[in-house]
Design a binder for this molecule. Sequence first.
Ligand code: SF4
Length: 168
Amino acid sequence: MDIYLAPDVPVTGTLIWYLHVCPREVWFMSRGITPYAYHRRLEYGRAVHQRHSDTVPLSLEGIKIDKFDRESNVVIEIKSMSRHLESARAQLSYYLFRLSELGLKAKGQVWVPDESLTEEIDNFNEDEVRNDVEKVKEIVSMETPPQRKWIKFCKKCAYRGLCWGDER
Ligand code: SF4
């Protein structure tokens, strides 16, 4: 699968994650417009990752795996809350596909430690992963961000001020 946005810029798992939250965020991230660094939720997410992730994460181009169980070949994606489970599944599917291309047949697990929630992901849909990668490429190639649209995630989004100012 061709994962390159530019010769040395791959589609990342984070972009796949954002694609399933809000496509506009993909565009912002691709332009280096990062969310407000001290946003409370982002800080909380970073703390959860620091507490539970591997000290030396397994990584390859576009991928940084939070935790990897080498004995059972399980890729664990840590999330601070279960709010974006669908995005987490898509991100993990991307990882599993990329690893399968390297000959590593792994399983996945979304783990939300603070909610004692785990969800196993044994398979991924190759067409859906390819489709996600193409969608990311399409959004990144746009000259302006996708139109803003008020969705259920806007209220607590770190980009809310940028998208909506004082309107909402
Ligand atoms: S505030 Fe809403 S429209 Fe803007 S990036 Fe966040 S989720 Fe998307």
